[in-house]
Design a protein around this ligand. Structure first.
Ligand code: AMP
Length: 289
């Protein structure tokens, strides 16, 4: 039977676990997740194992990145199933805090956590005074320019919530390497920027998107899609592939490419939030095609 990962809920325990491995000369990789793991997450874990001796996967549904109108309450979770997948993937530790910060002062309830039990080893459940009780959390990390565009336009609190909780995870786990998926491309660029600007001294690795056989990007939230919605969602990848082939074949303006993507998705019954052509690294809008 696969060896179960050490399940750690307390941040002081997490830090001492990490340091005990560092003292033994081991390097550590962190893969931050919100749980309900799928093959996309497992590909990040494989990458982490290739870059470090010891792998920690965090499972934490981060309330700080959800606006009140978003799906915090219905975000899928299956801690028992996740821990089995982590055991099969030979992950060394699962960091499953119940609350990393209390956002109630911001109108967003804290403590969504990744509840549930069934884990084999709980190092400690004591979280006395952890992030709560002191009138709420009020320190945020903002990667000011990068967080404004693209997904940030419609989700104004999302990236500050991500950056802040990832910074906390970096302080608690002290990894040498952290792995993020390029499915959430803007998020990956924001973390790279934060690590560079704040001298975290962590190597941030971006990992390719893992898709279902029909092209749908794997995502924990896909479980909520009806068959009809799933069919519509396929148009996102299809439209991007069409745009890619068109631009490889002949010169097109950015506007032509955006129109092509909008038409393909709306024809399939989808609703567009935004379509933009951007530079990969700066994420600034690219208009010169
Ligand atoms: P999540 O649990 O959705 O917050 O994702 C945790 C990490 O897994 C993030 O770095 C995501 O970008 C990454 N991830 C999620 N889905 C995929 C996927 N289909 N392919 C590659 N990485 C992914």
């Amino acid at each position: 039977m696969a060896k179960q990962p050490e399940v750690i809920r307390d941040k002081a325990c997490m830090l001492s676990w990490s340091r005990s491995h560092r003292w033994k000369g081991k390097t550590l990789a962190l893969v931050p997740t919100m749980g309900f793991l799928h093959q996309g997450h497992l590909s990040l874990i494989r990458k982490a194992k290739a870059h470090a001796d010891v792998v920690v996967v965090s499972i934490y549904v981060n309330p700080g990145q959800f606006a009140p109108s978003e799906d915090l309450a219905t975000y899928p979770s299956d801690l028992h199933g996740d821990l089995q997948k982590l055991a099969d993937a030979e992950v060394d530790a699962a960091f499953c805090p119940s609350n990393l910060y209390d956002c109630e002062s911001d109108g967003v309830p804290g403590g969504a956590g990744s509840g549930g039990g069934n884990e084999r080893t709980v190092v400690s459940c004591l979280e006395a005074g952890d992030g709560g009780g002191g009138g709420g959390h009020e320190t945020w990390i903002r990667v000011e320019r990068l967080e404004k565009g693209l997904c940030g336009k419609r989700r104004p609190v999302f990236f500050r919530g991500v950056a802040t909780v990832v910074a906390k995870l970096f302080n608690i786990v002290e990894p040498d390497v952290a792995v993020f998926g390029k499915k959430d491309y803007q998020q990956w660029r924001i973390i790279c920027r934060m690590v560079c600007d704040l001298d975290f001294g962590i190597k941030v690795i971006g990992s390719e998107i893992v898709r279902e056989a029909d092209g749908l990007a794997m995502s924990s939230r896909n479980v909520h899609l009806s068959p009809e919605q799933r069919e519509k969602a396929l148009s996102i990848n299809r439209s991007l592939l069409q745009a890619k082939y068109s631009v490889q074949k002949e010169k097109h303006s950015c506007q032509d490419l955006k129109n092509l993507v909008v038409q393909t998705i709306t024809k399939a019954g989808g609703r567009i939030d935004y379509v933009e052509v951007s530079w990969c690294s700066s994420m600034k809008e690219y208009n010169s095609l």
